[in-house]
Design a protein around this ligand. Structure first.
Ligand SMILES: C[S@@+](CC[C@H](N)C(=O)[O-])C[C@H]1O[C@@H](n2cnc3c(N)ncnc32)[C@H](O)[C@@H]1O
Length: 222
């Protein structure tokens, strides 16, 4: 059931290479300069959160772009029981596939937050092409500077260290009843409500479902 600590970063590395090979028009690899260069934070108008110092804060790149396979996207949305009343935030939305699927399949609103400008722009264009722009918004910005309070469902596929980094914000901001679905990487310190292992190819993907606030609030001991 448990992955060796080095197994998942290896998937990130391999999948990053595979993703770049599948996309001849635009090649994203983990060595791409835009991924490795710290990007200035998105303007506060886009994020709704002002930087206390007044200076733009440097955004932290919390994971490389590795797309979640569509079968796993479907599993994540199904586990969270996404429906038309939901607002799904994908934190680090990559090519936008999770929020597009949530809108297309369930009629949910979707908000993708993506640091990489090219990915954000491409997915904004894709939203228009798919005629999903009334339901889906892509914010070119930093997860850590984005107001995610409207979310009823949050999806993440980030490194474990990144999940740990964003955890205080999730705990502080998300409303009770919000579901958080994580692909492959747990949120350290949280207790999943459900977890599923999905065998695929030569490996296994893991999906963790958390509920706010039960994931981090234990009932008081008697
Ligand atoms: C592993 S990919 C997941 C993409 C998509 N969520 C999926 O599951 O297919 C992680 C994404 O997070 C983005 N990212 C990394 N750090 C970020 C940050 N601080 N703010 C917003 N996006 C970030 C990366 O550019 C990348 O596209």
């Amino acid at each position: 059931m448990f992955l060796l600590p080095f197994a998942v970063p290896e998937r990130f590395r391999q999948a990053g290479q595979a993703a770049s090979q599948q996309r001849p028009k635009r090649v994203y690899t983990n060595d791409d300069a835009p991924f490795n260069r710290p990007t200035p934070s998105a303007p506060s108008a886009a994020t709704g959160i002002a930087d206390p110092s007044g200076r733009p804060r440097e955004a932290e790149r919390l994971a490389p772009f590795v797309p979640t396979p569509m079968e796993i996207v479907d599993k994540m949305l199904e586990l969270a029981r996404v429906g038309p009343d939901d607002t799904v935030y994908d934190l680090g939305s990559g090519d936008g596939r999770i929020v597009f699927r949530a809108a297309q399949k369930y009629g949910a609103k979707g908000v993708g937050v993506e640091l990489d400008e090219r990915l954000a722009k491409d997915s904004q264009n894709q939203a228009r092409e798919l005629k999903l722009d009334k339901l889906v918004t892509i914010i070119h910005g930093d997860i850590l500077q984005t107001d995610i309070q409207p979310a009823t469902v949050v999806t993440i596929y980030l490194l474990i260290s990144a999940n740990e980094r964003i955890r205080p914000m999730l705990e502080k901001t998300l409303k009770p009843g919000t579901r958080v679905v994580a692909h492959d990487m747990r949120v350290p310190g949280w207790e999943p409500y459900r977890e599923e292992a999905v065998p695929m190819g030569s490996g296994t993907h893991f999906v963790y479902l958390y509920r706010i606030p039960e994931a981090f609030q234990r009932p008081p001991a008697r």
